[in-house]
Design a protein around this ligand. Structure first.
Ligand code: ADP
Length: 406
């Protein structure tokens, strides 16, 4: 065994044990192994007094990532506060292989020590809550001379949970979108087969089936349209529109455009628009689309109330900032409170069959939310079951724009 292979705390390593012990005592005092390095908590081992424990503690104390340092026997020399949140049972001076319950991590520590090569592992933690981590275990030789066993193992962790969530959301989204498209597609294929086979010469059946096929094809087209709009809005999410836009003509245009649907549903649209222009910075097409979605929903799901109010007004946010509000109120069945927080999620519906029967795609409110986010605005929903629902678009009124459109 070469001199370099000897234990670093036997006084023969390149470090100066006396000075380092002094530094360590200054850091941890006589009370024990916990200390504060500037404003970061760090726990340092006293057991076995690794000669560079204090230095190591100071180094990792300032790191933002969870970091644990082990000696060559896999005892914890030091760890920072971020590491304590990943492994709450960690104790300086104790064997890590017992404290770290994750088998993947224990294997990686063993491999890193044996092979003297950095190891990377991913592991999943259920307690205190579901989290994904990747861990790097890096063997380090502190005196840096020649070949030999590592003096310490540095373990760092990255929280992969946000990344995993995005991946899951993407996978869910694709599964939902495919499912939504597959349903009308299956209907179309079924009717085509029937028309080619048993109903080949049945004129009445042909007319009926063709009408259904047209409906299903239209549903697919709407879905693709909504998906494309959503991805366009998301692509531009960081670009806040800058064109001045007076909201009163938008409200009038949407109300006029939906008169036919309102008549079909026997609903009266009442509109209230102030005399003064309310000018925001906005994308005209996106605002029209968002408001159309809200009014269409009110006409579809709230038709029983026979009336829909669209109100444009100037108001103030809680923080006292001026904002424009467009409220769409219906007097239909309303929405139970447990659904309200989830309504703007893609493909979320209170009643899937009802939404499909109304030609819905489940993407309308997600589009509204994303469009408003891009405008630095937001959508709020209020509802008392049995008394209808109110959807409000909030848009900031920039103080730099005068009342008139530029
Ligand atoms: P959809 O295409 O299904 O209409 P949306 O995202 O526009 O999708 O709406 C999501 C769900 O919210 C609808 O399926 C419906 O259950 C519910 N909803 C939306 N607006 C209203 C309303 N005015 N009254 C009652 N329920 C509503």
């Amino acid at each position: 065994m070469s001199n370099d292979d000897d234990r670093p705390d036997d006084g023969r390593s390149g470090a100066e044990p006396g000075r380092l012990r002094g530094a360590w005592r200054a850091l941890v005092g006589d009370r024990g192994g916990e200390s504060y390095s500037r404003n970061t908590f760090v726990s340092v081992s006293r057991t076995g007094e690794h000669p560079q424990a204090a230095l190591i503690g100071q180094l990792i104390g300032g790191l933002p990532n969870p970091t644990i340092v082990l000696d060559r026997d896999a005892r914890v020399i030091a760890f920072n506060s971020a590491a304590a949140t990943v492994v709450p049972a960690l104790r300086a001076g104790e064997p890590a292989l017992i404290t770290l319950r994750m088998p993947e991590l224990v294997d990686a520590i063993r491999r890193a020590g044996k092979r003297r090569e950095p190891q990377r592992v991913e592991f999943f933690q259920r307690v205190p809550h579901d989290r994904w981590f990747e861990a790097f275990v890096t063997p380090v030789r502190l005196n840096g001379r020649g070949e030999g066993a590592a003096d310490i193992l540095i373990m760092t962790f990255n929280d992969l949970t946000p990344l995993r969530r995005v991946e899951e959301m993407r996978a869910d989204f694709i599964a939902n979108a495919s499912h939504e498209l597959r349903t009308p597609l299956a209907a179309l294929l079924g009717f085509i087969e029937t028309l080619q086979g048993p109903a080949r010469n049945d004129t009445a059946a042909r007319e009926k089936f063709l009408a259904i096929m047209q409906q299903q094809a239209a549903r697919m087209a709407r879905l693709i349209d909504d998906l494309l709009s959503l991805s366009r809005i998301e692509l531009n999410a960081h670009l806040q529109p800058s064109t001045p836009l007076d909201l009163a003509p938008i409200v009038r245009q949407v109300a006029d455009g939906l008169q036919t649907l309102a008549r079909d549903r026997q609903v009266e649209i009442k509109m209230s628009v102030p005399a003064e222009p309310l000018t925001v910075r906005g994308d005209r097409d996106e605002m029209i689309r968002a408001l159309e979605n809200l009014v269409e929903n009110a006409l579809k799901y709230g038709a029983a109330g026979k009336r829909v109010d669209i109100t444009l007004s100037r108001a103030q946010t809680r923080a006292g900032q001026p904002e424009a509000r467009i409220a769409v109120r219906d007097y239909g069945p309303g929405i139970a409170p447990e659904h309200l927080p989830r309504l703007t999620e893609r493909f979320y519906r209170v009643d899937v069959a009802d939404s499909r029967a109304q030609g819905g795609t489940g993407l309308g409110l997600a589009l509204v939310k994303h469009a408003l986010n891009r405008h630095a605005g937001r959508v709020t929903i209020e509802s008392t079951p049995g008394q209808g629902a109110t959807f409000i678009m909030h848009l900031p009124l920039p103080t730099s724009i005068s009342g008139q459109s530029e």
